[in-house]
Design a binder for this molecule. Structure first.
Ligand code: AP5
Length: 215
């Protein structure tokens, strides 16, 4: 599959993407995970991105496009990919369109995950994420808790709250989403690629996406 997942912070993009990769071997490409990995590894990209991420602001488009140009040209993307958290601005979406044209790749469709705001706020304050950059499994202390000692069920590393999970940063991320990312819904509707899913249950959402893909 070759799809984009659009949705507010906490809408469940990462959770849905991980379930979809288990299904047909398509790779999850999460710009958020890549950036957090770069911050942890102390690379040039990580150094440039950290201050934006901690504040809940978007990383500049040029940095993201540099990263994605490289990532989408890698061989594993030929099997299929799920773009999680990219594109996030109109300039990123138009640059992606050109990039996919150059690589002769066409998208199946763009998934918009619709979740009420009060559900989102609750999910973000109760999320826990595996601290191992190779794993980054997503948990929720209410709906999907890690082991009782707080360790990851998959790899045994400690689970943590992310640096952008403070109340102020969450608020800012939601405002940034409304201002800069939500216009992508109209953009992809106009392109004829948008499919909207009410995403209260991730398992049901994944089943609905598979059905749209004809699988
Ligand atoms: P990123 O990592 O992409 O964060 P985000 O978009 O804010 O999304 P989240 O990861 O917070 O949420 P999610 O929708 O994946 O939800 P999840 O599945 O975890 O980006 C972080 C930062 O990086 C940005 O702020 C920006 O600075 C930078 N960045 C990244 N990409 C960029 C780009 N393209 N351009 C510029 N800057 C960029 O679920 C949330 C919680 O809910 C979890 O606890 C989960 O277990 C739970 N949950 C999920 N589904 C359900 C369900 N159905 N029922 C119950 N609980 C559920």
């Amino acid at each position: 599959m070759k799809i984009i997942l659009l949705g507010a912070p906490g809408a469940g993009k990462g959770t849905v993407a991980k379930l979809l990769t288990e299904f047909d071997g398509s790779v999850q490409i999460s710009t958020g995970d890549i950036l957090r990995g770069a911050v942890k590894a102390g690379t040039r990209l990580g150094g440039q991105a950290k201050k934006y991420m901690d504040a809940g602001d978007l990383v500049p488009d040029e940095l993201i496009m540099e990263l994605m140009r490289e990532r989408l040209a890698q061989n594993d993307c030929r099997r299929g990919f799920i773009l999680d958290g990219f594109p996030r601005t109109i300039p990123q979406a138009t640059a992606l369109k050109g990039l996919l044209r150059d690589l002769q790749i066409s998208l199946d469709f763009v998934v918009s995950l619709e979740v009420p705001r009060e559900v989102i706020l609750d999910r973000l304050t109760t999320r826990r994420t595996c601290s191992n950059p190779e794993c980054q499994e997503i948990y929720n202390i209410k709906s999907n808790p890690p082991q009782p000692d707080g360790k990851c069920k998959k790899c045994g590393s400690p689970t943590i709250q992310r640096d952008d999970e403070t109340e102020a940063a969450i608020q800012y991320r939601l405002e940034t989403y409304e201002k800069k990312t939500s216009p992508l819904i109209a953009y992809y509707r106009q392109e004829g690629l948008l499919r909207e899913f009410s995403s209260v249950s991730s398992v049901e959402t994944v089943a609905a996406i598979k059905k749209q893909l004809g699988k």
